[in-house]
Design a protein around this ligand. Structure first.
Ligand code: ZN
Length: 483
């Protein structure tokens, strides 16, 4: 029985002992942090400073959870070594460790005194944007904290409530990134102490286990969930000391940000009838949320109910030259999945408007993925699962959609949240939509009794055909304004 370093590990069963420190640990519970633990995750680091990710599967949780604590040095044997996961890799190592029922853990006799505690592979703040939507690896970011918020409740797009705290991090060139800590991490971060200490001295932090995210219509941000950990003003971290040395002696105080709780935001959401919503436009009301209650009267027929989305960033992908290309500037994604983009027409007896349901909202109502429906139906046919929404009444939280072509008479809305589901209604509201002719800016001369404009024809010559065509057109216009 020999002793190995992390760099000696090869895929397969490993009976040798490795001596490691549990550098950091977290529990993986999937999307919802209140779900059962799916596996325990550890980052192990050896004497040489090499690191590897280790997973404790859920069937042996109770055996290992109490004995694998953060910071502890252990000797471990009888493990399986596997290829690292394809997504959300915690450390830069092509392999990972899995513990099993035969795994043995002991306290090493005399571990080295200078056994490394941490392992970082830093990504500069200025380069973070290229990792938006990239699920390959978790990011490690260092910066000076310039602002910190309270932990406030947030209602997610699927209607669950979770905590969020915002932290602003800047580098030596004043590049700033906003970090959002979610769920238990938002609570665990000691914002009060950071604010207090930060009033007089610098606060430098390393955040590990983060990823870059971007929601439609808002700036990109760094997201810290279950795998996220931080090291704040730790004197024994070389990278923190290096930044500290370069900062001026006088520290600018850390700012306090105020995040509103979701109840407070909810109270500010105005309830509007569809006729009132009609007055909303993307220039004056971008990002504002409104509440409305309406019955679905129709699935819009002039468009597909799904679109090929880039799996890296969610933008539309365009099929060209035998493969898909992401339409977003700078994104090189070529793999796609079909996502929902369901356009519904709803009415509330005052007016009727179009409402767009994107991926998660549509999934919530339809109960199946777009990919699944595509195995049975074509893009050009409305699946009965979607038609079944007609006649149902909902309370939606919506915002106006900044469409590229604002040619429609009425604004179109995106459903952000489904607040209430009333079910099938027996009576479908019948609104008589009477559109007035286009408004003031194009008012005609007859309204003001102005004399008709004198048509000025292009000079005779070069293009005969166009010339006569335009003359005809202009004289027709003149005739119209006479009548
Ligand atoms: Zn993309």
């Amino acid at each position: 029985m020999g002793t190995n370093f992390i760099s000696d590990l090869r895929p397969g069963l490993c009976s040798n002992t490795i001596c490691v420190r549990v550098s950091r640990l977290w529990e993986y519970r999937g999307k919802n942090h209140e779900d059962q633990i799916k596996h325990l995750d550890r980052v192990l680091i050896d004497e040489k400073g090499d690191s590897i990710y280790a997973e404790v599967p859920d069937d042996i949780l109770s055996k290992f959870q109490p004995i694998l604590n953060e910071g502890q040095i252990i000797s471990i044997r009888r493990i399986t070594v596997d290829r690292a996961k394809a997504i959300y890799r915690a450390v830069d190592n092509p392999l990972m460790i899995r513990l099993n029922q035969y795994t043995e853990i002991a306290e090493p006799k005399d571990p080295a005194l200078d056994f490394p505690k941490y392992t970082f592979s830093l990504t500069p703040i200025s380069e973070l944007n290229q990792y938006i939507g990239n699920q390959g690896a978790f990011l490690v970011v260092i910066g000076k904290i310039t602002a910190v918020s309270n932990a406030a409740t947030l209602e997610t797009s699927t209607g669950t409530i979770k905590l969020r705290r915002i932290i602003h991090l800047v580098d030596h060139n004043e590049n700033m990134i906003e970090l959002s800590l979610f769920g238990p991490r938002a609570q665990e971060f000691d914002g009060d102490t950071v604010y207090k200490v930060g009033r007089k001295s610098h606060v430098i932090a390393i955040f590990v286990g983060t990823s870059m995210k971007q929601y439609k219509g808002s700036p990109p941000f760094l997201s810290g969930t279950a795998a996220c950990r931080w090291y704040v003003n730790e004197n024994d971290v070389t990278e923190i000391r290096d930044i500290y040395k370069r900062l001026p002696i006088q520290a600018e105080p850390v700012k306090k940000l105020h995040l509103k709780n979701h109840e407070e935001i909810q109270r500010q959401i105005e309830t509007k009838s569809l006729l009132e919503l009609r007055e909303i436009n993307p220039f004056d009301h971008a990002g504002l949320k409104f509440e409305c209650t309406a019955i679905i009267i129709q699935v819009a027929q002039n468009q597909y109910w799904c679109y090929p989305a880039c799996t890296a960033c969610g933008s539309r992908s365009i099929f060209d030259g035998g493969k898909y290309h992401c339409s977003k500037d700078g994104c090189t994604g070529t793999s796609i999945e079909h996502r929902y983009k369901v356009c519904l027409i709803a009415s509330d007896t005052t007016w009727q408007l179009q409402f767009m349901l994107f991926q998660d909202r549509a999934m919530q109502l339809i109960g199946k993925s777009a990919e699944k429906l595509l195995t049975t139906y074509r893009k050009s046919d409305t699946p009965p699962e979607i038609s079944a929404l007609v006649g149902q009444k909902f309370t939606f939280i919506v915002r106006v959609l900044p469409e590229k072509k604002l040619i429609a008479h009425d604004p179109m809305f995106e459903v952000l949240n489904i607040k209430k589901i009333f079910g099938k209604q027996f009576q479908i509201p019948n609104v008589k939509i009477e559109r007035k002719p286009a408004s003031s800016t194009t008012s005609t001369s007859e309204e003001h009794n102005l004399p008709p404009l004198v048509p000025i024809c292009p000079k005779a010559g070069e293009n005969k055909l166009q010339d006569t065509h335009e003359k005809e057109h202009l004289s027709q216009r003149a005739k119209r304004s006479h009548s």
